[in-house]
Structures are given as structure tokens and as C-alpha cells.
Design a protein around this ligand. Structure first.
Ligand code: CP
Ligand code: NVA
Length: 328
């Protein structure tokens, strides 16, 4: 099987591969952009000091319609590490676009800030901000995608495996926002993915189609199934909460019924490790609902990468900011 293996120590942007202005979706990035982000993130993680004035004099605003621990803290601390100022703006009570139009909102913000980080319910809110703002807009999670998470995740998997070439990643659970971004990024990097969901919870067709188009270029495979037996021989197993933010009041019962058989436990991890020369890693974007989608035994095991993923949110996001602002 042909795969595209990107060596972040040597990769750099080709002259004709202009950096994107915004990151709304993983689809905004080429494999070269991702290699550049991974390269810069690795350099920042190894030696943060030379980057400590990169955003000197800059202010970035962080708009959050939904709760957050990792995204909020990793962006705020990360921007501070780059010498910039990050301001948190709580939009949990009034969604963006209610008090005034999204256009007016973006046109005001661009007069004061150097960049916008937004966590919104509707993906359309995020893309409208990007359409109207002259400063970079970064998707910090929408109902449709979580691109910053996917960048940190595949950077983390590369750290764990040494190389992503020929890697196989299994997704177990909801075909949700995190799954969408991960699938799009895996396909671009030649990482094959098996996505195991209950019936009715598959990822969106448009995203699958886009991932398959990229996978055809890189030699990766994207497999959708309802059969958990197919996770045998995967380098990592990834899961996420069964009930995403915003679904708690209306879908909680229905989802707990549907996902009951999809818990990642020791037995499933043993199946995933079958035929590998290492134990399969466990991944989760967090927050986790211990005892639901994953057991304590698995999330606390030596194979669990969850806290590395959380740490790497900061390094990959800082590297992404460097890419979007032309500073990497
Ligand atoms: N993984 C993630 O985005 O976590 P938060 O919701 O805490 O930001
Ligand atoms: N799918 C989850 C991810 C949280 C980081 C949600 O949208 O709530």
C-alpha cells in the first residue's frame, strides 16, 4: 500500500503552497502545511525560548459559545508563551450573531485584534467570521469539525510511533466533529482509518467523500463499518464522548442506548493490538466520561496518549498561528 510519509524535520512549504488565511477546516490545509505545522511544533516544544516574542504587541480574542478546559487554557497559555495577549470572551449566554450581525461583529473585532479564535455551535458562524474578518480566524471546535484537535492528535501519534507512514488508526463511537477532522487529516497524511460506529451515527457523507478523495492520493484507506472486529491490527484506538456539547438535553438517553456496546475496554484494546509488534495506543480528545466510552483501565494504561494529546494542543496551535501569520 502506497503511503505519503512526511518527515517534519526536512519538510518546508513549497514556494507555490501559500499559507491559508484562516483555519476553519482541515480541508484548508495541504499536506505541506501540516508538515510545516509539525516541524514548527516540534521545534517550539524542544526549545520554546526563540519563539517568545513572535506575537509581541499582538492581542488575540477567544470567543467561546461552549465550555472548554484544554482549548481555552492551551490557547491562552500558548499565546502568552509567544509574547502575545489572549482575551477570553464568554459567549455561552448569547450566541455570536444574536446581538448584532456576524459581519458587523467581525468588522469591529478586526480593528482591535490580530487574530480570532472561536468555538461555536454552528459551523456557519465560524465560516462567516472568517469570511468577514481581515485577521486570521481559527476554528476552536464547531458542531462539524475540531481541526486543532486533529493536528495535535496526529502530531502525538507520530511522536509515539516515530513515523506515520503506513499507520492505522481506529475510531470507535460517534462519527462526530472530532472524527471528521481526524479523518480528513489522516487521509492527507497517508494514515489509514477504520471508523466503527453504531448504525445511524456515521460521519457525514460529504466529509467521507472528501477524505476518500485525499486518501486516493496518499494510498491510505478509509473504512466505515459497524463491526468492532475490524479494529484488529490498528496502531491506535480513538474514542470520544457519546454525547457532544449541545446534545445533552435532547439526545442523552438515545445515545446511551445506541453506544452501549461501543465502550473501549481492555478486551477491545487487546483485539486492536492483534498482529502488531507493539501494544495499540489509546487516544481521546477529552473530556472523557470514564466508565462510559472508556474504562479507567484503558485511559490510565501506559498505552494511553491522552495527556500528551492535551499538551500537544498548545505546541501545534502555536505552530499553526506561526503558519497563518507567516512566521514559521
Ligand atoms: N479537547 C478539547 O477540545 O477539550 P475542551 O473542550 O476542554 O477544550
Ligand atoms: N465531540 C465533543 C468534543 C469535545 C472536545 C463535543 O463536541 O462536545
Amino acid at each position: 500500500m502506497a503511503t505519503l510519509s512526511i518527515d517534519p524535520t526536512t519538510a518546508s512549504l513549497k514556494a507555490d503552497t501559500k499559507a491559508p488565511r484562516h483555519l476553519a477546516s482541515i480541508a484548508d490545509l495541504t499536506p505541506e502545511h501540516v508538515a510545516e505545522v509539525f516541524n514548527t511544533a516540534g521545534a517550539m516544544k524542544a526549545a520554546p525560548k526563540p519563539w517568545s516574542t513572535m506575537l509581541s504587541g499582538q492581542s488575540w480574542v477567544m470567543l467561546f459559545e461552549k465550555p472548554s478546559l484544554r482549548t481555552r487554557v492551551s490557547f491562552e497559555v500558548g499565546i502568552t508563551k509567544l509574547g502575545g495577549h489572549a482575551m477570553y470572551y464568554d459567549h455561552s449566554k448569547t450566541r455570536i450573531g444574536v446581538r448584532e450581525s456576524i459581519k458587523d461583529y467581525a468588522k469591529n473585532l478586526e480593528r482591535w485584534v490580530d487574530g480570532i479564535i472561536a468555538r461555536t455551535f454552528a459551523h456557519d458562524t465560524l465560516t462567516q467570521l472568517a469570511e468577514h474578518a481581515s485577521v486570521p480566524v481559527i476554528n476552536a471546535l464547531t458542531d462539524h469539525e475540531h481541526p486543532c484537535q486533529a493536528l495535535a492528535d496526529l502530531f502525538t501519534l507520530k511522536e509515539a510511533l516515530g513515523d506515520l507512514g503506513g499507520a492505522k488508526l481506529a475510531w470507535v463511537g460517534d462519527g462526530n466533529n472530532v472524527c471528521h477532522s481526524l479523518m480528513l487529516l489522516a487521509a492527507k497524511l497517508g494514515v489509514s482509518m477504520t471508523i466503527v460506529t453504531p448504525k445511524g451515527f456515521e460521519p457525514q457523507f460529504s466529509v467521507v467523500k472528501s477524505a476518500i478523495a485525499d486518501a486516493e492520493q496518499t494510498g491510505a484507506t478509509i473504512t466505515l463499518t459497524h463491526n468492532l472486529d475490524l479494529i484488529a491490527g490498528h496502531d491506535a484506538v480513538y474514542t470520544d464522548t457519546w454525547v457532544s456539547m449541545g446534545q445533552e438535553d435532547t439526545q442523552s438517553m438515545l445515545r446511551h442506548d445506541a453506544f452501549g456496546g461501543f465502550q473501549v475496554d481492555g478486551e477491545l484494546m487487546a483485539l486492536a493490538s492483534r498482529g502488531l509488534d507493539h501494544a495499540s495506543h489509546f487516544m481521546h480528545c477529552l473530556p472523557a466520561h470514564r466508565g462510559e466510552e472508556v474504562t479507567d483501565e484503558v485511559i490510565d494504561s501506559p498505552e494511553s496518549l491522552v495527556y500528551d494529546q492535551a499538551e500537544n494542543r498548545m505546541w501545534t496551535q502555536n505552530a499553526l498561528i506561526a503558519l497563518l501569520t507567516g512566521k514559521s
